[in-house]
Ligand binder design. Structure first.
Ligand SMILES: Cc1cc2nc3c(=O)[nH]c(=O)nc-3n(C[C@H](O)[C@H](O)[C@H](O)COP(=O)(O)OP(=O)(O)OC[C@H]3O[C@@H](n4cnc5c(N)ncnc54)[C@H](O)[C@@H]3O)c2cc1C
Length: 237
């Protein structure tokens, strides 16, 4: 999996703080953005994040290019509705060689790994036969497994990212989207550390809301934007 930050709003924290100050100031947004001090930005961000008045966090946006995730993962990603997506089409792109995502639990077992490879390759071979027999890619693709790799561009604003990280970096999320969300967080954290300081699973901010599904390992955030399990040190799954 490769996660690349393609573009982002410049000075995201300054933009959020200027938008927040504008609500209570006669000055223009441009003046506020120019003149607001770094200390004031920090104070405003603290208030916004503590109070949950997050609409000002909708102004800065972040665009990611994500390569080499499974269709299983991309299907979960696009359930997040407050985002924009462009995904490699299986109608217009014919696969010439299979790129298959193998779950780590399968990869760790030689026998399962072999079976997985055989099944996915068999499906892929049949897909190729259909294409060669004249079936359109949009129909032949029904044969492709969910493990097939895809590429997607996604844009989310900071508010949606906070929500996305809360759900998808949690232990309850599936391993692949969790790994992807952690990579995305690592990319945006240095650009807006005060916005993303307490992002990540809900346990970073307080009580776990998952009830009986609580994993028992409250996370912490390092100054580099890494989510850690303190008693186990950094665990990357
Ligand atoms: C651990 C886990 C397990 C899951 N299991 C399943 C499953 O078994 N089956 C399944 O179908 N899905 C499942 N999902 C997906 C989940 O139900 C959501 O579709 C997905 O996480 C997107 O979250 P969301 O709707 O909160 O956020 P987004 O779509 O990102 O929206 C952000 C927020 O905007 C608001 N919002 C957006 N659209 C509306 C709207 N139409 N009306 C009102 N408010 C809106 C909500 O407050 C929402 O939280 C799972 C997700 C997780 C994290």
């Amino acid at each position: 999996m490769q996660v690349t930050l393609l573009a982002h709003t410049p000075e995201p924290e300054r933009v959020v703080a200027a938008a927040a100050r504008l609500c209570y100031s006669p000055a223009s947004a441009a003046e506020l953005k120019e003149n607001i001090s770094d200390e004031e930005i920090g104070n405003l961000l603290k208030i916004i994040l503590r109070s949950g008045h997050l609409s000002t966090c909708e102004h800065p946006s972040f665009t990611f290019g994500i390569d080499g995730i499974s269709r299983t993962c991309s299907h979960q990603l696009v359930r997040h509705r407050l985002a924009s997506y462009s995904q490699q089409s299986q109608r217009y792109v014919r696969y010439s060689a299979p790129e298959i995502i193998v779950p780590p639990t399968v990869a760790a077992d030689e026998n399962l790994s072999k079976q997985f490879k055989e099944s996915t390759l068999a499906a892929f071979d049949r897909y190729m036969e259909f294409l060669e027999g004249g079936v359109a890619p949009e129909d032949a693709r029904y044969l492709l497994p969910q493990a097939v790799a895809t590429k997607i561009v996604v844009t989310m604003n900071a508010r949606e990212l906070l929500h996305f990280f809360s759900l998808r970096t949690c232990d309850r999320a599936q391993w692949e989207i969790r790994a992807m969300a952690e990579e995305m967080l690592k990319k945006v954290y240095p650009l807006a550390p005060r916005i993303f300081k307490k992002s990540g699973p809900a346990c970073i901010r307080g009580r776990c809301p998952e009830g009986k599904f609580y994993c028992g390992h409250p996370r912490k955030m390092t100054d580099d934007g890494l989510i850690i399990i303190p008693e186990k040190e950094w665990v990357h799954r």
